[in-house]
Design a protein around this ligand. Sequence first.
Ligand SMILES: [Zn+2]
Length: 296
Amino acid sequence: MITRAILLLVCLLLSTSQFSPAQSAASSVKLSVHWEELTAADFREGVKRSQGVCLLPFGILEKHGPHLPLGTDLLDVRYAALHAAEQEYAVVFPQYYFGQIAEARHEPGTMAYSRSLQLALLQETTDEMARNGCKKVIIVNGHGGNDSLLPYFAQTQLDKPHDYVVYVFDERTPEKGGPAKKTKIDMHAGESETSKMMVSHPELVHPERATSESGADQARQKIPEDIYTGIWWYTRFPNHYSGEGAAATKELGEYQMKWWIDSIVKAIQEVKADDVSPKLQKEFYEKSTHPLDTQP
Ligand SMILES: [Zn+2]
């Protein structure tokens, strides 16, 4: 009897020692940064741990020269954002690629949504993210063609009150540093972008095809640079290719990808620390309901 009682006690002790530390350490348990991989309860914990900062990596589906996949921007921005969130915890929204890409509608595989849908879908997405506790949404842009859409979207958040702030982070490539670059024109599927893909998804890069089309500037538009048209891109780069993918190297890709990830980490930290934007945005919304009372 005594032996049995001792055995029971030992079992109890063992079981408590197995489970208690895990329970008490629930807050330090490793959580996925992928929104779609979290359980509902873990999502709640994730939003708390990220202090309400969630990332919306924004890609696109478009031709990337003759040698890179259609989803290059989506694949790269997710690679960078997910690695950054692993370092500085933030919940990362699933694949999102509903942006501005009208200029590539003449190429196979391009998904170009209408402008009204782009804005409506983005608004409903950030609204829904915020309803789920993401009170600071960082849109991490991976696609150059979104560079007017996203600031415009952020500006229009002032049209009516929102209980969250939209931040846009739109840097992908360092201006200097790292291995010397060999090419001057490098805007789309060129040296930098191809190099980064060699790091994030090397199996999807076809360097041997990179010279099968020209990525040179055709310079066909004869108006001054300070006059803007939507067709400017096609007049210069009709193959939806700008630069020379063949000049890419893994070394340049590693340098640039690390810079990109580090920059996103820094952005997450800055946004977590930002208590001014939410406060002044709230004040602004309130004042905008009675502008005549605003003191000169
Ligand atoms: Zn791209």
